[in-house]
Ligand binder design. Sequence first.
Ligand SMILES: [Zn+2]
Length: 399
Amino acid sequence: MLAIRASHAFDGNAFLPGGATVLVDGERIVGVEAGDHAVPEGCEVASYGGTVLPGLIDAHVHLVADASPGSLERSQAMTAEQLDAEIERSLASQAAAGVTTVRDLGDKDYRTLAFRDRRTTGQPRIIAAGPPITTPGGHCHFLGSTAAGPDELRAEVVRHHERGVDVIKVMASGGFLTAGTDMFGAQYSSTDLRVVVEAAHEVGLQVLAHAHSVAGIEAALAAGVDGIEHFSGISEDGNVISDDLLDRVAAAGIVVDPTMGFDQTLIPHMPPPPPQVLETMQRTGMDFPATMVRISEAAARLRAHGVRVVPGVDSGAMPLKAHGNAWIAVVDLVVAGWPVEEALAAATSGAAEVCGVADVTGRLAVGLDADLLVVDGDLAADPAALGRPLAVLVRGHQV
Ligand SMILES: [Zn+2]
């Protein structure tokens, strides 16, 4: 048995006064005791002055991409061996940063599924969407799952289900990273998206819609999706998400992932974007500084309107979104005005519920997997301490 003792503790929902001693036996948590708890005879103790909390969950990653410019697109030309090597590197970076569960929302050739099932020691748990469903030539079409019209869409959902995915990802709007896609409109009608939702729900799968545009968000909302990724609110009138739209998303119980966690320290070192990306950025008014402000305001407004938020990063998609940035997304929520406890809960117990793994991870609780993170500092007073990991356990295994 191993005891992780820390001066401060967050259990997934609240801070525990006086810290905690978390008892670990094999893969599981077998005790969550007071900070000064007398451990059983023969129990190895690791003591820290910082904060112990559940491992973080990144609800939006691309394990096949390494965050270098164009990496997601480059994956189309990679061999299975190269893809697997990339996935392994991404997982190692996530684990090192204290991320013990990732939800992959776009891979190539379903390569992440084998890793999910392999459960290698020290490897973060994976929830996998496989390749995202998109229109022919649409956003991320190069990942290989294109469908147009009800029949093809239904068939594509069935194919994903047969391959064993955990969730369906569908591209409801264009994306910055795919040249020629429509950032202002919708890729599918709400009728088409409803076919995806019905086919997925029939086999027990949730549907997450990628939507930057208001038109894409409206189509996804009308179709009854379970979650919306990005939620940028791009329209010809500027980037405006109305109070009314936020209220309707909240009433529908749709979970929004505003994909935060940009590493802003890298902005001055970014290479100039390719011409088509630059053009889109100028047309949408989404240069990096404006984007940072917009996302922060959105995080505050989502909370004020009672929309459930899960903090994913879109890790791997671009240089500012490296694998392991989940802690930055939590700090972003705090900067946006969220109470620290709520921001931490969103990335632990809340994300576990949203991702369907609350029975195994996301809290310091007896019987759950020992997915633990210890950071250097008191998170209640210094949320940025989340970026200073001292120890990470994935299913009881120290990485
Ligand atoms: Zn993505």
